[in-house]
Design a protein around this ligand. Structure first.
Ligand code: DOR
Ligand code: ZN
Length: 349
């Protein structure tokens, strides 16, 4: 198969940032995806429906001419999110999930949740209104090894949360471990999960052997080969609760190539191409459409896209760096190539 045509995919986990850089970031996703769940970890975070509405307008204004790319907004959950704010969010029609960052887990998570018991009322309101919860699943105790933080979260935090809120729809974001794959497989129907391209394609060796590569650093951090294999098996299995979420997370070049570099990998300019490469290597290109275009929409209760994209097997050079406001940004694979490229996209929807 040298060409593959699929229903236009959606990205169920995306960081676009805000302000001047939107013009440099949004178009990459808009060319590839029909919709995207937009992360709310701005500075300050998007904690109210009003803020989400204004942010959505700025994203819409940054779309290329003629684009129908639809940003699906999220609210940032804090210890103090009132149930009334959840009601406003659900009634808005533009907010499709609430994001839980354990405080201190990652970029701009300082206002995140310190104790899930504090959010019980907000979570019940979400269950009542069928507004799902997206979770950054890592514990944050300073004494927990960074490579164990996701696995520890599953039994310590996620299992009790699912038990306390038996009707809440949950997406465990950016799986990185074999343990998380097993947890989702064995979990209830209301538990879904996203998988990034970097975790399907790379391990911590890629990041650390022969020199430290800051552009491969993200959270949760890249894990071992046996974890990567479990993620590939999950993504290519056809299981409907695993779906695409890039976690494309732009940071300026100087903020990554730094003595204390930021977490986040910018994959938006080649995201669906990277997934095609991973599925192709696994001999599972026929499973890409389900993972990229069907499972997420079904899980979120949204219609599937009606237009298509076509990917072609042909090496494409990736620029070493790209414009990012008044600075530059290095995409994943910058200065090298990717084995697939976006050939055509039909209009639709
Ligand atoms: O690597 C990451 N970058 N992980 C996250 O959870 C946040 C993201 C960001 O916003 O930069
Ligand atoms: Zn993220």
């Amino acid at each position: 198969m040298d060409k593959v045509t699929l229903t236009r995919p959606d990205d169920w986990h995306l960081h676009l940032r805000d302000g001047a850089v939107l013009d440099d970031v949004v178009h990459w996703s808009a060319e590839r995806f029909g919709r995207a769940i937009i992360m709310p970890n701005l500075v300050p975070p998007v904690t109210t429906t009003e803020q989400a509405q204004a942010y959505r307008e700025r994203i819409l204004a940054a779309r290329p001419a003629g684009s129908r790319f639809e940003p699906l907004m999220t609210l940032y959950l804090t210890d103090n999110t009132p149930p009334a704010e959840i009601e406003r969010a659900a009634a808005s029609g533009i907010i499709h999930a609430v994001k839980l960052y354990p405080a201190g887990a990652t970029t701009n998570s300082d206002s995140g949740v310190t104790d899930m018991a504090r959010c019980a009322d907000a979570l019940e309101a979400m269950a009542d209104l069928n507004l799902g919860l997206c979770i950054h699943g890592e514990v944050t105790h300073p004494d927990t090894d960074i490579f164990d933080r996701e696995a520890r979260f599953l039994e310590e935090r996620l299992a009790p949360l699912l038990e306390r809120h038996p009707r809440l729809r949950v997406v465990l974001e950016h799986l990185t471990t074999a343990e998380a794959v097993a947890f989702v497989r064995n979990g209830p129907e209301r538990l879904g999960a996203t998988i990034t391209p970097q975790h399907l394609l790379m391990t911590r060796n890629d990041m650390l052997v022969g020199g430290i590569r800051p552009h491969y650093y993200c959270l949760p951090i890249l894990k071992r080969e046996h974890d990567r294999v479990a993620l590939i098996e999950a993504a290519t299995s056809g299981h409907p609760r695993f779906f695409l979420g890039t976690d494309s997370a732009p940071h300026a070049q100087h903020a990554k190539e730094n003595a204390c570099g930021c977490a986040g990998i910018f994959t938006a300019p080649l995201a669906i191409e990277l997934y095609a490469e991973a599925f192709d290597a696994a001999g599972a290109l026929d499973r890409l459409e389900g993972f990229a275009a069907h499972h997420g929409a079904d899980f979120y209760g949204l219609p599937r896209n009606t237009d298509t994209i076509t990917l072609e097997r042909a090496a494409r050079d990736i620029p070493a760096d790209l414009p990012y406001g008044d600075t530059r940004i290095v995409p994943l694979r910058g200065g090298t190539s990717v084995g697939w490229h976006l050939h055509t996209a039909t209009p639709g929807n």
